[in-house]
Design a protein around this ligand. Structure first.
Ligand SMILES: Cc1cc2nc3c(=O)[nH]c(=O)nc-3n(C[C@H](O)[C@H](O)[C@H](O)COP(=O)(O)O)c2cc1C
Length: 476
């Protein structure tokens, strides 16, 4: 099968990096320079609500809100979260409602307008393509978030961390403004559960929407074949991500999944057979340690459209990481002391998660032990059927006793870290606790440092997104 000729796909995708590491500023810069710029959907409601509480000093969120198709929703959210001039330094952020199978109107409205805002800003005065990256693991946010992104005319949806089989159909229905039902994984369930979302509950008027292209992020050729075989589940392309990628990785396939060093241990079984991926007849990109000019060239030579790159863009000036984190990473890259490990237990999802060892962050075991466990954001909570009936929610990152009380297995949570709060801290939106402490960051980065080490020699103080694109294209 040959690839659709009429579509010109970008050869470099700037990977979606949550929470808000791939900001609209980063995605806009990449896309206006010819790449595919991708914003992150993860916890986007909290990101927008906290930026509003910090006063939206540059006015960008209110500018996007003014273009939202339902102004009563915009007014409701501003009324709830916007603080003129920003919150007082000793005032904690007001949290957004937690996701659930029966979301409130506020939850849906906030998710829709937040995703709209991030995409709208990335597309403002920009004719390039913009994508949004969502995690299959955070199913409860999916319909409302993707609908918000579609209202802002998002060009691509990218989704991994699970099997995104229902997404193509979901996008078709949302584009037609039809009510949707997404199947939800519920632990200990005796029956099937669905999350219902009606686009008309947020935007009552008729509006023309276009279905964005859908790229499934996968790590195995078997999943490519499975998704491609049926029109209902077929994406428009694949991103084949290897185990050195930053963020979450697919769990190792060998039984011997943890090495003597305590890290997740990957083997040849975890390498996708690209010939088989190509047989699905869809365009594909390669990710995970591909951020060098040689690798871009090589990827094209073996039949890929190009590459998806995360880590190099995470260090770009336009990314959401705080300047302190960027400088720490740049310094340790330059002096060759940057250590990234693949932690099998840190993420409540149970997927391996790449962690950079940095003192004063949650990678430091003493800091982790000192933190009072608290699950107040709850994006990674998993619904479960209670033995006595009804639905409960639990996260291995929550207090151990609470998790056990809810029937969670304790060995799953002792070493689970609260990624929600830590990743918010990575972008300068960490919560302030009543005892005066703030949540600490936990930094993720790819473990293949070749490209970053080359770039830091040229730009020791950091670089811009366009300089990453120039670097990647310098071999062609
Ligand atoms: C800081 C950071 C956060 C990431 N977060 C996500 C995420 O939320 N969702 C996702 O699909 N991939 C995520 N990734 C993976 C990237 O999108 C990309 O596929 C990967 O970084 C490519 O490998 P590289 O880091 O070697 O370039 C993240 C990567 C980094 C470095």
């Amino acid at each position: 099968m040959s690839l659709p000729q009429e579509i010109k796909f970008p050869d470099v995708i700037q990977g979606g990096m949550g929470i808000a590491v791939s900001t609209w500023q980063l995605a806009k810069e990449v896309s206006s320079y010819g790449g595919l710029g991708v914003v992150s959907a993860t916890a986007i409601d909290s990101v927008v609500a906290r930026r509003l509480q910090d006063g939206d000093l540059s006015g960008e969120i209110r500018r996007a809100f003014a273009n939202f198709p339902n102004q009563s929703v915009a007014a409701e959210i501003l009324n709830f979260y916007f603080i003129e001039g920003g919150r007082k330094p000793d005032k904690p952020y007001l949290d957004v409602p937690k996701l659930s199978l029966k979301p409130s109107k506020l939850t849906n409205n906030l998710l829709v307008i937040s995703a709209f805002t991030e995409v709208w800003l990335a597309k403002e005065n920009n004719s390039g393509s913009i994508g949004i990256n969502a995690l299959e693991k955070i199913q409860l946010a999916t319909p409302a978030t993707l609908f918000g992104a579609m209202l802002a005319k998002v060009d691509y949806v990218l989704m991994g961390a699970g099997i995104p089989a229902e997404i193509p159909e979901l996008l078709r229905n949302l584009a037609d403004l039809k009510p949707v039902k997404l199947g939800i994984d519920v632990s200990d369930a005796k029956s099937k559960h669905f999350l219902a979302f009606d686009p008309k509950s947020v935007i009552p008027d008729t509006i023309d929407l276009v279905k964005p292209k859908f790229l499934a992020i996968i790590s195995s050729h078997a999943l490519a074949a499975y998704l491609a075989k049926d029109e209902k589940t077929r994406p428009d392309g694949f991103i084949v991500e290897g185990s050195s990628a930053g963020g979450h990785n697919a769990p190792p396939r060998s039984k011997d999944a943890i090495g003597g060093d305590g890290e997740s241990k990957f083997s040849d079984l975890d390498i996708a057979d690209l010939t088989k991926v190509a047989k699905a007849g869809l365009p594909f990109w390669l990710a995970g340690g591909y951020g060098t000019p040689e690798n871009l060239k090589h990827a094209k030579e073996i039949g890929a459209v190009g590459i998806q790159v995360g880590s190099l863009f995470a260090l770009a000036d336009e990314s959401g990481f705080t300047r302190v984190i960027k400088d720490e990473l740049l310094t340790s890259l330059a002096n060759d002391s940057l250590k990234v490990r693949t932690d099998p237990f840190a993420s409540p999802t149970g997927f391996p998660f790449k962690i950079v060892e940095i003192n004063g962050t949650l990678s430091d075991e003493s800091e982790f032990d000192d933190r009072s466990r608290n699950c107040d954001l709850g994006y990674l909570r998993v619904p479960f059927e209670r033995p006595q009936g009804g639905i409960g929610y639990r996260c291995p990152g929550e207090p151990i006793k609470t998790y056990e009380f809810k029937g969670g297995a304790s060995q799953h949570n002792e070493r689970s870290k609260c990624l929600c709060n830590a990743l918010m801290a990575d972008i300068g939106l960490g919560q302030l606790r009543i005892d005066g402490t703030t949540e600490l960051p936990l930094v993720t980065f790819g473990s293949d440092l070749a490209g970053a080490k080359e770039l830091v020699k040229i730009f020791p103080k950091g670089w811009k997104a366009t300089q990453v694109l120039d670097f990647l294209h310098s071999g062609s």
